[in-house]
Design a protein around this ligand. Structure first.
Ligand SMILES: [Zn+2]
Length: 294
């Protein structure tokens, strides 16, 4: 698929008109009508646009990795609860019928720590209840769970890293399942590009927790170290992530003040790029800062 940079910008921009993040690979880039959802046909490994009729055919591996990437981003969306909107009973049912002991426990930890980062006491209470019921019904020893909750409540930022770690492990598992070894890095590279877009989207939605989780997942991904360094530097100078963990530990509400911090971020990026004499990127970042101001 080839499309110019400005077309790509347009698509990315259009994604943001939605309440949920969507991937640009979900939309047709061949017709000028907006927001044409593609139909994915698993049998023929093709995508088809219902408006212009354009058909894109994939080979076996490309199709599998594309689907794995789509699955991973939607199923394990950074900053979103895995057991989103599920009742205590429904979460327990997932344990009995669907997930392995390890996977289920991981997602419980993920959701509990995420709720702690969000200051969401209702979800925390619900997950405590689920753990209690699981221990009762399965006649498990309650002690390990008690210790775990103490750990998750401790005034130590270390536990926050469990959230990106659990998502990363679930993504890695899926990618290893479908991608041959030599394609694994490029599959991760595609995933990181998705994450980069999710970061921008979450920032636009003023969701600082999602931004932090997303930036931390990228650090874990198996891609070229220069690429990791690029993203780490990029998010590392975003003012909205400054003091983020300390604020949470101190029970302070960490808020994003949209525009000003964005301008500040772009100016810092321009400064960084200038230091590395990547003049083109510096001009680009400065340009972004200016247009945001206007
Ligand atoms: Zn089309």
């Amino acid at each position: 698929m080839s499309n110019t940079a400005s077309e790509q910008d347009n698509i990315t921009f259009n994604e943001w008109a939605f309440n949920i993040w969507t991937d640009s690979s979900d939309w047709c880039v061949h017709c000028d009508k907006k927001n044409n959802k593609l139909e994915f046909d698993d049998k023929t490994k093709t995508t088809r646009c219902t408006q212009c009729g354009h058909v894109e055919t994939y080979d076996d591996i490309d199709w599998k990795t594309l689907q794995a990437q789509r699955y991973v981003v939607y199923q394990y969306m950074p900053g979103k609860y895995f057991f989103n909107n599920l009742s205590v009973d429904a979460i327990f049912k997932k344990y009995l019928r669907e997930l392995s002991h390890v996977d289920w426990s991981s997602w419980l930890i993920h959701d509990y720590v995420l709720a702690r980062m969000r200051g969401d006491k209702v979800v925390q209470e619900k997950l405590r209840e689920v753990a209690k019921i699981a221990a009762e019904k399965m006649s498990y020893d309650r002690k390990p769970w008690k210790t775990l909750f103490e750990k998750m409540d401790a005034p130590n930022a270390e536990i926050f890293l469990q959230v990106p770690q659990i998502i990363y492990e679930a993504a890695e598992k899926k990618f290893i399942e479908v991608a041959p070894k030599e394609e694994l890095q490029s599959t991760f590279q595609g995933y990181v590009e998705n994450l980069n877009s999710i970061y921008s989207y979450s920032r636009w939605k003023k969701d600082c927790v999602a931004c932090w989780v997303t930036s931390e997942i990228i650090k874990l991904c198996d891609i070229e170290s220069s690429s990791i360094e690029f993203y780490t530097k990029c998010f590392g100078c975003d003012p909205v992530l400054e003091g983020f963990q300390d604020d949470i530990l101190n029970g302070k509400n960490h808020e994003i003040d949209g525009k000003d911090s964005y301008i500040q971020w772009e100016i810092r990026l321009a400064d960084n790029y200038l230091k590395e004499s990547t003049a083109f990127l510096a001009v680009w970042a400065a340009y972004n800062a200016l247009t945001a101001k206007l």
